[in-house]
Design a protein around this ligand. Structure first.
Ligand code: ATP
Length: 622
């Protein structure tokens, strides 16, 4: 079972990860606020709106004192009505300001998440192939979607809540102490008791949050793997439906348990808090009553009412602030996860003094190249060769010997560990990346076509190609007959990843795509998968004229391709074991001879047999 993400282990947090949980540092906070900076004007408006609505929302509580003392006890109907209307007007105004505030908040949050998503996408695009091969796709998608959406929640809810509740709390405290300091003290004496359960609830929630995020990555990973076209195919063909269901069901159950635990961690916390909340007002009525009846006759019923009302208004924000502390910790975990992605170093970058040559020949040279994915296992060991302009090299070797790895070093999908790869006489690391990749065309083993039409896929290589150019490229790639036999021609939809087409058709479309790109160096990674010999012949006919005129490298599995090359490099276990032309190598009794006897000749014999039966079939039909 693959791990749910690169950072977290396959199941849940290890002890060590728990110990090393991210700390909320000043640097982290400053970094978060740096995303708010471009919107400081809107933020200032929000702050003003929060301040106004917090103060205004407290006004009705203060006005209850006037309503009780001047209106009710003073038996003055005019004043009673005046204060009631005033209270209503103030509440209305506070709510209107609240609407403006939430609009601004949403606006800011949306723009910040927009910025963050774009920045993340740009950053991910710069990541090397190593990143994409070693990271789970589900994990990447979660970070791009739900984690960044979580940021929106932090801004619209957590941040606003902190500001508005803090302001309400401070203003309420000031008014309470001005009304009657003794009663105010009694009311707030109970507040510190809230902080006791906060710590433990926060801690529990922190660890559950991370666990459930890991679990969610795992679910996404499973879905991505098994709900993809090829994944489902594999599941069906191996009859693994039950096993995959069990795997999914297990993680799903894990998720449910975590969600329940997470929600309950908050519930117990609230229960304790709300119990304490009810004690405050009763204490004020009691102490206020005693003071008013026995010690200080200047204390009015209105004053006691104001204090009780304000205390009611205060516990809400305290409650929420304590809850926010828990949410805040959760948000920090979210930001930490996002920033971890932002901070992943870009492995393959343009050199600051990158060169963009004016002309290009496509010449390639490897000088003592060494490469490994994992330091423990060297894949390429001291590879040196030179490919002159207009010539063609065929690379052959057993499966896993490092052929694809070797060609991936030319467009810098990976960088060499030692030695140099030169393109047109310059180290590829010194060349402008865009220039380098523009001048190299790779037809890879696994042809990737985007879900769209054939035309769209072809235009990917040359967006401004004319209809004639498209047709010409298709003709050269031997795919035009197929395209014109389709009802919608170039506008035929290729389906998800081109799955509506056969392997051979896809390859020929990708050859047409490369022809439109017109690169100086052509690399053709011949598919090892069995294509029938007719399709193979068609591909062969398409590439042969190409390699005659272009500098090219072929990773070859078939004799006909090998014979077309000017030189053959035999790679074995990451080294060039033999090199030369077919006639020179075939009698040597080395790796090439073995390959020839086991692979190439058999493929040729089969191909010849198929070709013959096809021709016979055709002549029978005619
Ligand atoms: P084939 O003919 O089967 O395509 P190949 O000669 O092209 O094989 P490579 O794909 O270059 O072989 O792989 C060489 C070795 O490197 C293999 O053992 C493979 O497992 C390993 N390898 C390939 N890609 C990666 C990767 N992204 N991370 C780690 N190891 C890799």
């Amino acid at each position: 079972m693959p791990p749910p993400g690169g950072r977290l282990g396959p199941g849940f947090l290890s002890e060590e990860e728990l110990k090393n949980k991210p700390k909320v540092t000043k640097a982290l906070l400053l970094r978060i606020f740096s995303y708010l900076k471009p919107y400081w004007k809107q933020m200032a408006l929000v702050l003003l709106a929060i301040l106004l609505s917090a103060v205004l929302s407290l006004a009705p509580s203060v006005l209850t004192g006037n309503i009780v003392d001047e209106g009710l006890i003073g038996r003055d109907l005019n004043k009673l009505i005046f204060y009631i209307v005033l209270s209503f007007g103030v509440t209305l105004l506070a709510n209107l300001i609240g609407i403006l505030q939430s609009y601004l908040n949403t606006w800011i949050a949306q723009h910040i998440t927009y910025d963050m998503r774009n920045a993340m996408y740009l950053h991910l695009q710069k990541m090397s192939q190593r990143f994409f091969t070693s990271n789970n796709q589900g994990d990447i998608i979660t970070r791009m979607t739900s984690d960044i959406s979580g940021v929106q929640q932090v801004i619209t809810s957590t941040l606003t809540s902190i500001l508005s509740n803090s302001i309400t709390l401070i203003v309420a405290l000031v008014i309470m102490f001005r009304e009657n300091w003794l009663l105010a003290l009694v009311g707030v004496a109970i507040v510190p008791l809230f902080t006791i359960p906060t710590r433990s609830a926060g801690k529990t929630r922190w660890s559950i949050t991370k666990e459930s995020q890991a679990c969610s990555d795992e679910i996404n990973g499973i879905l991505n793997e098994t709900m993809s076209v090829s994944g489902q195919l594999l599941v069906k063909l191996f009859g693994m439906e039950q096993r995959e269901y069990d795997r999914y069901e297990e993680v799903n159950r894990k998720m449910i348990k975590l969600n329940i635990r997470e929600s309950m961690a908050g519930r117990w916390f609230f229960m304790v808090l709300s119990t304490f909340t009810n004690i405050g007002p009763m204490l004020i009525y009691l102490v206020g009553g005693i003071i008013m009846m026995h010690y200080d006759e200047t204390v009015t019923v209105g004053q006691i009412t104001v204090l009780v009302a304000l205390l009611g208004r205060m516990y809400g924000p305290v409650n929420q602030l304590l809850n926010i502390q828990v949410d805040w910790i959760r948000s920090m975990a979210l930001f930490t996860r996002i920033f971890e992605y932002y901070d992943m170093p870009v492995e393959i970058e343009n050199a600051p003094d990158a060169i963009t040559p004016e002309s290009v020949s496509g010449e390639v040279e490897f000088r003592h190249v060494r490469f490994h994915y994992d330091p423990e296992r060297e894949i390429l060991k001291d590879i040196s060769f030179w490919l002159d302009k207009g010539r063609c090299i065929a690379i052959v070797g057993p499966s896993g010997s490092g052929k694809s790895t070797l060609i991936n070093l030319i467009p810098r999908l990976y960088d060499v560990v030692d030695g140099e790869v030169l393109f047109d006489g310059t180290d590829v690391r010194q060349l402008d990346l865009a220039f380098l990749r523009k001048n190299i065309g790779i037809v890879s083993q696994e042809t990737y076509l985007f879900n769209g039409t054939i035309r769209e896929n072809l235009l990917y290589a040359k967006p401004d190609a004319t209809e004639d150019e498209l047709i010409e490229a298709c003709k050269q790639a031997n795919i035009y007959d197929f395209i014109s036999s389709q009802e919608t021609g170039l506008d035929t939809v290729v389906g998800n990843r081109g799955l509506k087409l056969s392997g051979g058709e896809k390859q020929r479309i990708s050859i047409a795509r490369i022809l439109l790109k017109d690169p100086a160096l052509m690399i053709f990674d011949e598919a090892t998968s069995a294509l029938d010999s007719i399709s193979e012949q068609k591909i062969q006919d398409a590439i042969e004229p190409l390699i005659e005129t272009r500098t090219s490298i072929l990773i070859a599995h078939r004799l006909s391709t090998i014979l077309a090359a000017d030189e053959i490099l035999v790679i074995c276990d990451g080294e060039i074991a033999e090199r030369g032309r077919h006639e020179e190598l075939v009698g040597k009794g080395g790796v090439y001879t073995q390959l020839y006897e086991t692979q190439f000749s058999r493929a040729t014999v089969t191909a010849a047999a198929e070709q013959q039966s096809y021709s016979e079939g055709e002549s029978d039909a005619s």
